[in-house]
Design a protein around this ligand. Structure first.
Ligand SMILES: *Cc1c(COP(=O)(O)O)cnc(C)c1O
Length: 350
């Protein structure tokens, strides 16, 4: 893969307030860009982070043929850059692409484009505790054409944003009883814009009631929980860790998958099965539900401190000796290269 590199004259990194990184408040100096034309990927470039020039008729702006990914780069104590499970993100990117009638991006292009960009922006992978560089690959239709059909031309991009070393504040979530994020046969399992745009209205409504996020339920009867905004869900009931199964309405989270793999290692009893809203509410009431949390790349693990359902608010405990903190600690030790990478999840950028 030949990449043309055009570097910035002066890095923006000196303007970064490293004490207040937030999440994607700062983008790194460069971006990666490639084009798909006549059935192949070409024109691989690294350029300064900059605005794009698009036709007002660009198909994506009208019909939303676009997909994205999210993963992170970490620095270990030798200042080496570690990327967590890029292969799994590449596979998911292609699953999303297939569902949206977009071209496949070969896994080696996905991984090499990240490696090349991070070699140029290596100073942007922060060193301080728990911070990282969030990597956002995306692909979208470029055709300047008003009409519904899969486009012929596509753009693949990667931008990177700094992610601070924040401890995820416990969240209030509401079990959604009316609106639907995804239905069987739909696009819920694809990381595509439509899912997030459709979720905004119910999410904003719940925020006005004091919630941070929603717990989405099945689109048929709102009987079973599925996932949260950009996180998969876990519950501890009777000491057992539970998570709903995947399917075409649930995003196959890398964090979820990693937690499932780690459970054996951490001696945590895990079951993947359907979990009804009724079971959750009953087991909160009789004290069997002791923890609930969301899992995703951005926050890693976000403990849930309150669940709202049927106009009632139920408190959930969280804290130091919880199963979620045990998992979070182990996951972070692997991501930052402190503990042995027993699952071969990490690749180093040389
Ligand atoms: C990205 C995402 C997740 C979490 O996936 P990770 O790979 O763990 O970051 C969960 N649900 C939705 C809807 C998402 O978009």
């Amino acid at each position: 893969m030949e990449v043309i590199i055009n570097k910035v004259k002066k890095s923006k990194i000196s303007s970064v307030d490293f004490k207040n990184l937030g999440f994607c408040k700062y983008y790194s100096d460069h971006m990666f860009i490639a084009e798909y034309e006549e059935g192949e990927w070409k024109n691989f470039k690294i350029t300064p982070f900059q605005d794009l020039k698009l036709s007002p008729a660009c198909a994506t702006l009208h019909y939303g043929q676009t997909i994205f990914e999210g993963l992170k780069a970490y620095k270990n104590n030798k200042d080496e850059i570690l990327i967590f499970r890029a292969k799994k993100n590449a596979e998911r990117f292609n699953k999303s692409a297939q569902r949206m009638c977009m071209p496949e991006l070969p896994e080696n292009i996905f991984t090499n484009s990240i490696n090349e960009l991070l070699r140029v922006d290596k100073n942007w992978v922060p060193k301080q505790d728990n911070s990282s560089l969030y990597i956002r690959p995306l692909m979208f239709a470029k055709d300047p054409y008003i009409g519904i059909r899969p486009a012929d031309k596509y753009i693949y991009l990667i931008i990177c944003g700094l992610a601070g070393g924040y401890y995820s504040e416990p969240v209030n979530v509401k079990i959604e009883e009316k609106f639907t994020r995804a239905i069987a046969g739909g696009v819920g399992y694809a990381k595509t814009a439509a899912n997030y745009a459709a979720a905004l209205y119910p999410a904003v409504k719940s925020q006005s009631e004091g919630y941070h996020q929603l717990i989405w339920t099945d689109g048929k009867k709102h009987e079973y929980v599925e996932e949260s905004g950009t996180m998969n869900l876990f519950f501890v009931i009777d000491g057992k860790l539970l998570t709903p199964p995947l399917g075409d309405t649930v995003l196959d989270g890398v964090t979820r998958d990693s937690i499932i793999s780690l459970c054996k290692n951490l001696n945590i009893d895990l079951e993947v099965r359907k979990i009804s809203v009724e079971e959750i509410i009953l087991s909160i009431k009789n004290g069997q539900l002791t923890e609930a949390f969301g899992a995703g790349t951005a926050a890693t693990i976000a403990p849930i401190k309150m669940i709202g359902y049927d106009s009632k608010k139920y408190k959930i405990s969280y804290g130091k000796n919880s199963i979620s903190q045990k998992i979070l600690s182990k996951l972070n030790k692997i991501k930052y290269g402190i503990d042995e990478d027993i699952f071969n999840w990490i690749h180093k950028i040389k």
